[in-house]
Design a protein around this ligand. Structure first.
Ligand SMILES: Nc1ncnc2c1ncn2[C@@H]1O[C@H](COP(=O)(O)OP(=O)(O)OP(=O)(O)O)[C@@H](O)[C@H]1O
Length: 712
């Protein structure tokens, strides 16, 4: 689309603040191909916006105004570092894509294409005072500018070109073990989803179409192509997850249908791996087709809402993540690397006021803006490069989750999408300035690998480097063999190099041996544990076998017991002849008022009235059968006279003795706290009382002899 021919401004005007103004001769311009300044780049650098100078410039008739909006030259330039903590320190790669004008934009009264790409410059022409006779050109520079407005022109950048320029380098990085992130930023309808996913994100044919397929499917396709070309001893694992952030809430786009739309997921931060989504479903994929199915499923689940700008405009931020793990080698010297790739399609960045939305959409817009607003704050804090500046990553879910991708352990690319229509000029300028600022962000990426692998890899590359140097020197010294003086110095350097090389080789050998040793130790330990658990498993299995066997073939009914039956048996057990004998004797004694003392083997019968006693053995029970009655049997026994050694006690004496015992017990009463002793005393007391009662009850008084006898 041709730019309108600018006419020379007649009056002085104020250049917008924060931009440096230079003057371009108007004579050199034409409507087709206007010319941008040929000033060397270093001179064109614009100071940072925050420190930028505003100036009032009087523009002569023959000049049009050009503002250079590229970030200042003090921003860190791309650099690599093989030493130190980080493997790669580099600025965010920023690319801009311009889509063709759509029917609606073309139909606008006075519609015009205000975007022009010239060499490395992106030029936006504006009429600051709404006056078509005055124009202001904003010149921006980025790492890549993709002009996708007319495919018949050579400048045209197709989906394939875009992937080749910004997608492939990230894929290369992922295979080397770096985290990577690609995010699309721009106003609604500017082509973010088209660039990231394709024309129609829910159809296989479109996702795979050579013409329309976007960055994400191309990335995944090439990922599996490369995997298929890897060495056969490489073990690969690919896991994918897909979620959206909608109204600051996270929804899993790949969760099973019964989980979907349930409670939003939460973000947590792991000290080593950074922020992550808790309980997000992760799916292992073995082929591109499998992965594409998940991608389409996720795209279908995305929340969409119509806006005035784009019928199916997405109001959510979506993040598709791929985790790639590679282990090379099948023996003890294998090395493994892993990387996480995040492909992010942000929601439209336009200001809320520019779309006429319902309340719900305004609410969505507020949340979307919160995330994008925080993204803006994060980008400006990171672009500032001041030490200890606070970066508000945690102020929104989006920035928290993108923390590693913005100024962290990741190689990151931002794709800013814009429309060429003059009706979107403000949004376009805002997007481009945002993108400019993002260029200053410096990421510090590390290869994600185990420390041993890292050490060995670094030493190997050092050995390679030194070997190459040594060969160079040797070749060099051969060529110059005729120059003795030079030869001497070369020899010295060669010697030094040899030393360095042998030291590095020694270190490498040591590290490899050390690693092998540790590997063997841990393998041994694992084998031991395996053997232990195998043993336990066998024991358990054998127990199970025994139980199964017992269950099948042993008749346990024989061992069944019935307690009540057994008790009954005990109670009804046949009384032995001896116990019957003891029973008969004691009964007879009781009836005839004789004392009968029973012990296990003998019975002593005392006739206290006649002062006689006899002893019979229980084992003589059979003798009872020879007599008519127990009395007869007892009379047949030998009775001996009782020799009374004890003085007979009077009742009073007995009672007073008991009183004394009670008294003593009272005096000896233990303390309240000694429960066991108290219990014992209570029992003694009770026994004494029982004894006393028994005495009184069984007393026989003999008034003639003034004696009492106790029948106990
Ligand atoms: N480079 C392009 N070439 C042709 N058509 C394009 C291009 N970029 C975008 N479009 C078309 O423009 C329309 C809007 O694009 P897209 O849906 O990608 O915008 P978006 O920025 O993702 O919007 P939203 O923020 O609402 O998601 C679509 O119909 C898409 O096909």
């Amino acid at each position: 689309m041709a730019l309108p021919l600018p006419t020379t401004p007649k009056t002085q005007f104020a250049t917008p603040k924060r931009v440096r103004t230079i003057r371009t001769p108007l004579m050199l311009e034409n409507s087709e191909n206007f010319v941008v300044p040929t000033t060397p780049r270093s001179q064109l650098a614009t100071p940072k916006f925050s420190k930028a100078v505003g100036s009032l410039v009087s523009t002569p008739e023959c000049f049009n105004t050009v503002t250079i909006e590229t970030p200042n030259n003090n921003a860190p330039v791309k650099r690599r570092s093989s030493k130190g903590v980080f493997d790669q320190v580099s600025n965010l790669t920023v690319a801009v894509r311009i889509r063709p004008m759509n029917a609606k934009e073309l139909a606008c009264v006075g519609s015009a294409d205000v975007v022009k790409v010239k060499n490395q410059d992106l030029i936006i022409r504006s009429n600051p005072l709404g006056n078509s006779s005055m124009s202001l050109d904003h010149v921006f520079q980025y790492d890549h500018i993709f002009w996708s407005c007319d495919e018949t022109k050579s400048l045209y950048a197709s989906q394939k070109d875009i992937f080749a320029t910004i997608g492939k380098p990230l894929l290369n990085s992922a295979f080397r073990g770096y985290n990577a992130c690609l995010f699309a930023y721009g106003q609604t309808g500017s082509g973010k989803s088209f660039s990231m996913m394709g024309a129609n994100t829910c159809e296989i044919a479109d996702i795979d179409s050579e013409e329309f397929s976007g960055l994400t499917p191309r990335f995944c396709r090439e990922l599996f192509e490369r995997i298929s070309n890897l060495k056969s001893d490489t073990t690969v694992s690919v896991e994918v997850s897909y979620f959206e952030i909608y109204n600051e809430k996270i929804h899993d786009l790949l969760a099973s249908p019964n989980v979907i739309n349930k409670l939003p997921l939460k973000v947590r931060e792991h000290p080593e791996w950074g922020p992550y989504v808790v309980d997000l479903s992760v799916h292992t994929v073995k082929s591109y087709n499998e992965l594409r199915n998940w991608l389409i499923l996720g795209n279908k689940s995305r929340a969409t809402a119509a806006t005035t700008m784009n019928e199916k405009s997405s109001r959510s931020h979506s993040i598709f993540s791929i985790e790639l793990s590679l282990t090379e080698g099948l023996d003890d010297s294998d090395t493994s690397r892993r990387s996480k790739v995040s492909l992010v399609d942000l929601a439209g960045s336009e200001r809320l006021g520019s779309s006429h939305n319902s309340d719900e959409k305004i609410r969505q817009g507020v949340s979307i803006n919160k995330s994008l607003l925080t993204l803006g704050k994060v980008i400006s804090a990171l672009a500032d490069h001041k030490k200890n500046i606070f970066v508000p990553y945690r102020d929104s879910v989006l920035t928290w989750l993108l923390k590693e991708s913005l100024g962290g352990n990741s190689l990151t690319c931002m794709l800013a999408t814009i429309t060429p229509a003059n009706s979107n000029l403000d949004e376009t300028l805002a997007t481009l300035r945002y993108a400019c600022q993002a260029r200053s962000i410096v990421n510090r990426a590390r290869i994600n690998e185990n420390p041993h692998d890292r050490l060995i890899r670094e030493l190997k590359s050092e050995v390679q480097r030194l070997k190459a140097l040594k060969q160079d020197y040797e070749r060099h010294s051969l060529l110059n063999s005729s120059f003795t003086a030079m030869n001497i110095s070369n020899n010295e350097e060669l010697e030094e190099l040899r030393n360095k090389l042998s030291q590095a080789e020694e270190k490498l050998l040591f590290a490899e041996n050390n690693w092998k040793q540790r590997f063997m130790e841990s393998t041994e330990l694992q084998l031991k544990e395996l053997a232990e658990s195998e043993k336990r498993r066998e024991e358990l299995e054998s127990k199970v076998r025994i139980m199964e066997c017992a269950d099948k073939s042993v008749d346990l009914s024989l061992y069944k017991t019935n307690f009540l039956e057994e008790l009954e048996d005990v109670l009804t057990e046949e009384v032995t002849s001896e116990s019957k004998f003891v029973e008969k004797i004691s009964e007879w004694c009781y009836q005839n008022k004789l004392q009968c003392r029973i012990s296990p083997s003998m019975i002593t019968i005392v006739d206290s009235v006649n002062q006689k006693q006899t002893v019979l053995m229980t084992k003589d029970s059979k003798k009872l059968g020879n007599f008519q009655s127990v009395g007869e049997f007892l009379q047949s026994l030998t009775w001996t006279e009782i020799k009374n050694k004890f003085r007979k006690l009077s009742k009073n004496e007995v009672l007073s003795s008991l009183d004394q015992i009670y008294q003593a017990l009272n005096n000896l009463q233990p303390s309240d706290s000694d429960n066991n002793l108290n219990l014992l005393f209570a029992r003694v007391n009770k026994s004494l009382q029982a004894f006393e009662a028994a005495l009184l009850h069984n007393i026989n008084k003999n008034h003639c002899q003034k004696t009492v006898s106790f029948n106990l």
